[in-house]
Design a protein around this ligand. Structure first.
Ligand code: GLY
Ligand code: MN
Ligand code: MN
Length: 425
């Protein structure tokens, strides 16, 4: 943080589902990263030059509210359990703002996340500015704290990697379970529920994002989350599902045959995607860049599409005209951490031109795919309606990388063998 600066970092609030019910609460990842505090409505104030640099404003204890809506740490619990220098009831926050912020040059605060808090901060600034700096000294400069927290979150500590490995292991085992249980006639929703039950049973707080369970041509819809169609003999199923453990996400995709055996056409596309995925995993190492990897995936997949007869022409031209986007329209991967699409910039300069090199401690997904629309007359008929993505989570290390999800089968022979096991009734 800058000299003479202060940061205000809010927790998330509960979000209304409808009328008087709420969605399951999910803590703001920046707030969770900095505080570990699990409750809604809190506000962390970080003032490095103060004798009490870390103040946490929290919901006060309230027997009636706690009877209805759940336990609270309160001021006492925050001090006792969360290593804060000072805890204060959040009800006092608006009245404390001037006392907290006046006299600092820089305020770290991200506008537009918490609009109610935005109003309080704007109200404070407008009040103090009206005093024409004669009797008050509000911060001149407001900076986005995610510039700092994004950088911190991008490079994972050993402890974070332990949590991420656990999130990967739980979700990985849920994928294996799906491979063993899927059969024609099941509904996508049943697969979703058995995987999510497994994750909860095994220590995950839940899913890291809404699972994508797409049978047949539902796999060609990138963010298909309806998950309510029957699974058909002869089709593939694409499952993109990850677990959340201690706040950290895993993000895994596997695509396999509903009846346990890939057709020749399915396998042709699968082999292309798998080969590209392995090469892109190998590429994810110290020194190579995020942009370089994206271009590498485009080049390899374009070659693959030519081999399959999906595209015709010179690779260079097809890339220049972005012809590949008809069948490969997303990024090859993203940062992974507390958010599934995690914090941290993908470039190192202000013009967003210089792509960031991979460095030890970064975790990225590797998830190439090919999606042939069911009505695409220009594609060979045997390929229409096939969607295949294979996704792993890779930790960059000093001398290469470690695939956190490397144990989840993706070799087609291995998947077929696993699906033949008697557990699949
Ligand atoms: N599941 C979202 C993604 O793969 O990015
Ligand atoms: Mn995914
Ligand atoms: Mn992903």
């Amino acid at each position: 943080m800058d000299p003479n600066s202060i940061a205000v970092i809010p927790a998330a609030h509960e979000a209304t589902r409808s009328y008087d019910t709420e969605f399951k609460f999910h803590q703001d990842p920046d707030f969770l990263y900095l505080t570990g505090f699990p409750e809604p409505d809190a506000i962390a104030v970080i003032d490095p030059s103060s004798k009490t640099p870390y103040t946490l404003y929290v919901r006060p204890r309230d027997p009636v509210m706690e009877t209805w809506f759940g336990r609270r740490q309160g001021v006492e619990g925050a001090v006792k359990n969360y290593k804060v220098d000072r805890a204060v009831s959040v009800e006092k926050f608006p009245a404390d703002l001037a006392k907290l912020l006046d006299g600092h040059e820089v305020l770290y605060y991200r506008f537009s996340v918490d609009t109610a808090l935005d109003q309080q901060i704007l109200h404070y600034l407008s009040n103090q500015r009206q005093r024409r700096l004669k009797t008050a000294y509000p911060p001149h400069t407001i900076k986005d704290p995610t510039i700092i927290t994004g950088e911190m979150r991008l490079h994972k500590s050993e402890k974070e990697v332990t949590f991420m490995q656990k999130a990967a292991d739980i979700a990985g085992a849920a994928h294996v379970l799906a491979m063993k249980k899927v059969k024609p006639g099941m509904n996508e929703g049943q697969v979703e529920s058995l995987m999510e039950a497994y994750m909860r049973d095994n220590g995950a707080s839940g899913v890291a994002y809404n699972s994508i369970i797409g049978g047949g041509d539902n796999a060609t819809i990138l963010h298909y989350v309806e998950n309510n169609m029957p699974l058909k003999d002869g089709d593939l199923i694409l499952i993109d599902a990850g677990a959340e453990y201690e706040g950290y996400a895993s993000d895994i995709t596997r695509t396999f045959p509903i009846n346990g055996k890939y057709s020749a056409a399915q396998r042709e596309i699968y082999d292309v995607v798998l080969d590209v995925q392995q090469q892109c995993i190998d590429y994810t190492k110290t020194g190579n860049t995020v942009k370089g990897r994206q271009e590498f995936s485009i080049e390899l997949l374009t070659e693959g599409m030519k081999k399959l007869g999906l595209l015709k022409g010179k690779t260079k031209d097809l890339i220049k005209k972005k012809s590949y986007m008809k069948y490969y329209m997303h990024g090859v991967g993203h940062y992974l951490g507390l958010d599934v699409h995690d914090a941290g910039r993908y470039f190192t300069d202000q013009n967003a031109k210089n792509s960031r090199p991979f460095a030890p401690g970064m975790v990225l997904t590797v998830e190439p795919g090919l999606y042939i629309p069911p009505d695409d007359k220009s594609a060979p008929a045997k390929y229409r309606g096939i969607g295949i993505r294979i996704e792993d989570d890779v930790l960059v290390t000093k001398d290469g990388n470690h695939n956190l999800t490397g144990k989840v089968p993706k070799n087609p022979d291995e998947i077929e063998a696993l699906m033949q096991k008697p557990a699949r009734k």
